[in-house]
Design a protein around this ligand. Sequence first.
Ligand code: SF4
Length: 337
Amino acid sequence: MELKFAHYPFTSDASKYVERSNKSLDSLLAGGEFGKAVIDRGKERVIQSIEGEIRKSFGDGVLAEIELFSYPLARILISCIDDHYLIRKYALAEAEAAHAQMKQETLRFLGELGEEFGIEHVVHGRDFKIHFTHYLPFASRMRDPKWKLVNRRLDDGYVVVNKGEFARLLQEAVRNNIQDALPLDVPEGISKALSPQVMEIKQHLEKLKSEFKIGESGRVDSNCFPPCIRHLLMAIQTGQNLAHSARFALTSFLANIGMGEDDIVETYRASPDFDEERTRYQVQHIVGSSGTAYTAPSCATMATYGNCVGKEPMCSRVSHPLNFYRKRMNMDKKKEK
Ligand code: SF4
């Protein structure tokens, strides 16, 4: 089997390979050794995406086939759950895994992938030239100012990008492609057959949703958040729109403690007026390219705008919500020791 299919299971050639094989979904679910390995890896693939990284280890032949077939199986498992947050996490993790591999590919291969995803381009020496109408949909999501059109060399309507940048744009194209195609319609019989795997994935998903990722330093229970921040999160969960000052306070607080842009955007999803693009734009503005463009407001500022609510004893010992959070984190760590 062409090993590249396993690295790029979302391409049309890879799906043709799967379709042409004599391994139907029913045969995979029938309980044979190969089918069991594919289902296990499909489940693992989704769980790894929840944890933030799909780790791939390839062998030749049958191992590469298991890897390849686990991709459509993972998509089916995700469709059985049909959770927007999971779909986004999964699409991002698949795209990042593919991007890691793309760095080792030739210019020609990347160009072919670009064609598959509709990125019109011409090879220009060791670079690519992409028409700006094909560049913008993918580059507009990047926070680094180098992606802004005003900072690029434009050549007759074409943007010049190097090989690494082209691969990064491809990562965005792959992410969009995977995300937009989910969820699939899954027949009831298949959902039923995969219910043990679905249950296991749901448990991982619920665990993630009850925690917040804090950069490289580990996870924290949201109980460490000060009352003001918990109140704002609760307001969103109960379908209230936040005033501008409250949105700024919440976003900057979450960014300051290391939460990623995607996770912050997801925090606002339950808002009645949620508009993903507008929210992302606002979050990007507050977070900045380094994640620390603005510091969260102090307790005094929170009080001025009516965002300081229901104090706890710890509040009298801090002048900033971030200090509240750090102190509570330290207390929890000491208790664990
Ligand atoms: S005193 Fe500070 S930390 Fe406590 S609720 Fe008010 S703003 Fe938040």
